[in-house]
Design a binder for this molecule. Structure first.
Ligand code: ADP
Ligand code: MG
Length: 495
């Protein structure tokens, strides 16, 4: 258990999330308007989205398929009958005066995600349910000193609300949950997980209590839109609530706003109860009735998901758990990885080496050029070849970094680049011995110092000999040869 300890004793933290995930779909939940992002205001607005009188919502069945797929991917139960309800409230950017949501009977019940903590222990975070709802529009307050504007492009866009049980016990748990959820949704292609475009955002419920007592009163922090902010918001709330309780006060059940520039939360309104929204079944929409065959067909389309993939990479290639988890976190990265390995029969060391080169060097290059692995200038085949060259000592890891840069700019194969530049590692004993002897002859003073005990100079000799071979000498051989020659000289001097 990770308790928080203060001078007054231990506290346990409880976190539950309500994640809004935008469904990947070309058109909105109840209209045919486009969902394209970044278009000018009010371009993607149909009569239905603007709530003109006399218009009626028509369910977009692709969005339903996406929600079913998500439910199955998150181990939930798909309900054969669910309903749409009106959640009534007034807001300038909500022209209907209500949001169509699912309150009493959501499409998905239950489900779970397994997360791993820093000690690699598995922890199951249960889901309460997933429901479908429409997004609202957006008010714009920064375009005029005297007026506000409304952009209805988002109005009616399909969202899934994924509601967890209060099963998380720290900011780290919550961050791990959101990361894993994002990864799974991206595998399923039901939500793109772009938090900075608002495709995924979380309402964060936080409370604290003394161990072995009932859960505390929670505060809900609205619309947190990055994993970093999630961590900051939870930690801020925990500290705030503990301070209130320790000074004899009571935590209010309220809705709070997160200010990302200060990292603080502040009160927005007291928490509204369900009755405040006057939920009732939407009379414009029939019950949503699903055939089992439709659900079964969608189940067939679910790809291998991150957990299963990580286990398989461990099993099939002997990849360590850590690397397997990182490589599996993105479907495109895992595909790239396996394609790179498919050309040969990799052993454990090569599988790990390749993973490390992708996670480290290749990702640094992708970031530098603002690309992602799916449109990388380096093919999986060439990446596989590069690590084979390292593994078989044809080139050193150091030279390999230069080769990788050239692979990016020229799109040529690593062996082509190595041959063209004469970068093959020198493994000829004679060449290496000669360069070592030259260096020692050039620095007789330093050799004497070395012999009188200044052993640090060994590195200096290595560096000089490397220079003589333009950095191409096989490091391990060079070290051995140097050591041998120095030792021999020593014995001959003593004699
Ligand atoms: P409401 O519908 O009133 O918002 P729910 O019971 O549906 O309340 O819970 C909403 C979210 O709050 C869920 O994610 C749940 O896990 C979380 N939650 C419930 N109780 C607590 C608590 N004591 N501390 C932290 N989170 C909580
Ligand atoms: Mg709620």
């Amino acid at each position: 258990m990770n308790y928080i300890e203060t001078s007054s004793g231990k506290w346990e933290v409880v976190v539950g999330l309500e994640v809004h995930a935008q469904i990947i779909s070309r058109s909105k939940l109840f209209s045919t308007a486009s969902t394209e992002f970044g278009i000018s205001p009010n371009e993607n607005v149909s009569f239905v989205d603007a709530a003109l009188p006399g218009t009626l919502p028509v369910i977009n069945s692709f969005c339903i398929d996406q929600a079913i797929k998500t439910g199955l991917g998150l181990n939930g139960t798909v309900n054969l009958v669910s309903f749409f309800d009106r959640k009534n409230y007034f807001y300038a950017d909500l022209p209907q005066g209500y949001q169509i949501s699912q309150f009493y009977h959501p499409i998905i019940s239950g489900g779970y995600i397994d997360i791993e903590n820093e000690n690699d222990e598995l922890k199951r975070i249960n889901l309460d349910h997933i429901h479908i709802e429409q997004d609202a529009g957006k008010s714009i307050h920064d375009q005029s000193p005297t007026k506000s504007f409304i952009d209805l492009n988002r109005s009616g866009i399909a969202l899934m609300e994924i509601v967890t049980k209060p099963d998380m016990r720290s900011a780290d748990d919550a961050a791990a949950f959101l990361r894993k959820l994002r990864s799974i949704l991206r595998y399923l292609k039901t939500c793109d997980g772009n938090m900075d475009e608002g495709s995924m955002r979380a309402d964060v419920n936080v409370s604290v209590h003394r161990p072995e007592t009932e859960y505390g009163v929670r505060a809900e922090v609205k619309n947190v839109n990055s994993i970093k902010f999630l961590t900051t918001a939870v930690n801020f709330e925990v500290a705030r609530q503990i301070e209130i309780l320790e000074s004899g006060g009571k935590v209010d059940q309220e809705t709070r706003l997160f200010d990302s520039s200060s990292g603080k939360t502040r009160s927005m309104r007291s928490k509204e109860d369900a009755q405040d929204y006057r939920y009732f079944p939407d009379p414009d929409l029939p019950p949503l009735i699903l055939e089992q065959s439709r659900i079964d067909a969608i189940r067939e389309t679910i790809p291998e998901l991150p957990d299963a993939k990580a286990s398989r990479l461990q099993r099939e290639y002997g990849l360590p758990r850590y690397e397997a988890r990182i490589i599996s976190s993105e479907r495109e990265m895992a595909d790239f990885y396996e394609k790179a390995l498919s050309g040969f029969n990799p052993d454990k060391d090569l599988a790990k080496l390749l993973a490390n080169w992708i996670i480290g060097e290749l990702f640094a290059l992708l970031n530098k050029h603002g690309k992602n692995i799916a449109n990388s200038c380096i093919s999986p085949e060439n990446m596989g070849e590069l690590v084979t060259l390292i593994k078989t000592d044809v080139i050193s890891g150091k030279i390999a970094k230069d080769v990788l840069e050239l692979m990016w700019s020229s799109r040529k194969s690593p062996s082509h680049i190595v041959e063209k530049n004469g970068w093959r590692q020198i493994t000829s004993m004679d060449t290496i011995e000669n360069s070592v002897k030259e260096v020692l002859a050039d620095h007789t003073d330093k050799v004497a110092e070395y012999k009188s005990g200044k052993e640090k100079l060994f590195g200096f000799f290595v560096g000089q000999a490397m220079k003589k071979t333009s950095g191409k000498a096989y490091g391990q051989m060079l070290n051995e040869v140097l050591k041998k020659i120095l030792d021999e000289e020593e014995t001959s001097v003593q004699r």
